[in-house]
Design a protein around this ligand. Structure first.
Ligand code: BGC
Length: 361
């Protein structure tokens, strides 16, 4: 199964044209002489476990395998710290800077400054709107949202829900990915609201994807809806877990399907326990490897053709967009087989029974 998921991701890469070197067409001899040193700024460690448990790990793995110097730091959701870290990295002589922006404004300021100092730039996972990154490496984020919408709909059907009220817990309003996720799940759910098959319940965006705030917001949603919420489209596992904690308080967990994203340990455990309907697995190892390959090429003054672009206003940003995968109870084992989380992490005492039921041995 490990091969299975990796193949899907690899195909995603191939169909986007792969990464083919097209030589040093920049004519920048100085750049080609540079020894790669890559700076990475991660956004925080609370909005999702992925940044510290997956991205840091797989980026380190890719940089070490390529034998390049690197510096990975986390801005802990502090925009001032984000800019300070960028300044320090530029001063310390990084040849390429990869950022996961906290919002497009500060992201753009950092990218523009790096560019003006001759530092190569990559938007990692989140596109900086109006920015100047030379590449964008992420997943097909509209498809992530589509899988969430389809997943919620599948779970509602399985529960035999009639005209279910669906609440939305959207991601951060300053994250372009959150906009793309919503476009994806709206493409599946809006036609159902329009045809009155489903009823649109409360909808809120969660500032900075703050999981604690999400619980407060969802509790309010449940009150507003007089306790009648039949399905929750939560944009990631952290927001999903926040909704589940409130559903538990009201003895509604397991009855109301909740979605997620990131295949976090907590999310997978919630799925095994029957409290979460599905998650979306994004093979971060592939994302880290693609970004690392591009950063190293840029440092050497090479340009790679990704075979795909994404529009940011009038600008076509060369992009690598990998393929996400929906995970349900029966496929939790695939995420473990892919080495993203371990059986020991997921199958702790309270979950051994569920793990056995789901064929995790
Ligand atoms: C990422 C998600 C993550 C969220 C919160 C998004 O930009 O694509 O994987 O859950 O940010 O950190």
């Amino acid at each position: 199964m490990r091969k299975g998921i990796l193949t899907i991701a690899a195909v995603g890469l191939l169909t986007t044209g792969g990464l083919t070197a097209c030589g040093d067409d920049s004519g920048d001899k100085a750049a080609s002489a540079k020894t790669p040193k890559i700076g990475v700024i991660l956004p925080d460690s609370k909005s999702s476990a992925r940044w510290e448990t997956a991205d840091r790990r797989f980026l380190e793995e890719a940089f070490k395998a390529a034998g390049v110097q690197y510096d990975i730091q986390n801005a802990q959701n502090d925009k001032t710290a984000f800019q300070t870290i960028a300044d320090q990295m530029i001063t310390s002589g990084v040849t390429a800077l990869m950022i996961v922006n906290l919002d497009s404004g500060t992201g753009k300021a950092v990218l523009d400054k790096a560019k003006s100092q001759g530092v190569a730039t990559i938007d990692y996972d989140r596109l900086t709107l109006g920015g100047s990154a030379q590449y964008y490496v992420s997943f097909d984020n509209e498809t992530v949202g589509k899988l969430q919408g389809e997943g919620l709909s599948k779970c509602l059907t399985e529960k035999g829900a009639k005209n279910p009220v669906v609440a939305y817990l959207n991601g951060s309003p300053t994250d372009n990915n959150a906009t793309l996720f919503k476009a994806g799940y709206d493409s599946v759910l809006k036609p159902k609201f329009d045809s009155k098959e489903y009823v649109k319940g409360p909808e809120d965006a969660v500032p900075a994807w703050d999981n604690a705030q999400a619980a407060t917001i969802f509790e309010q949603q449940l009150t507003t809806a007089n306790g009648k919420i039949d399905g929750v489209l939560a944009a990631n596992d952290g927001l999903g877990n926040a909704a589940i904690s409130i559903l538990k308080k009201n003895k509604l967990n397991g009855k109301v399907p909740v979605t997620g994203q990131d295949a976090s340990t907590e999310g997978l455990q919630n799925i095994l326990a029957g409290d979460q309907c599905m998650t979306v697995y994004k093979a971060v190892r592939e994302e880290a490897k693609a970004a690392s390959d591009l950063a190293i090429a840029l440092a050497k003054g090479e340009k790679k053709d990704t075979g795909q672009t994404v529009k940011d206003g009038d600008r076509d940003v060369p992009s690598v967009l990998l393929t996400p995968k929906a995970i349900y109870r029966e496929s939790v084992k695939d995420v473990i087989a892919d080495g993203y989380v371990t059986k020991e992490e997921v199958c702790t005492a309270a979950y051994t029974k569920f793990c056995a039921e789901a064929g995790i041995s």
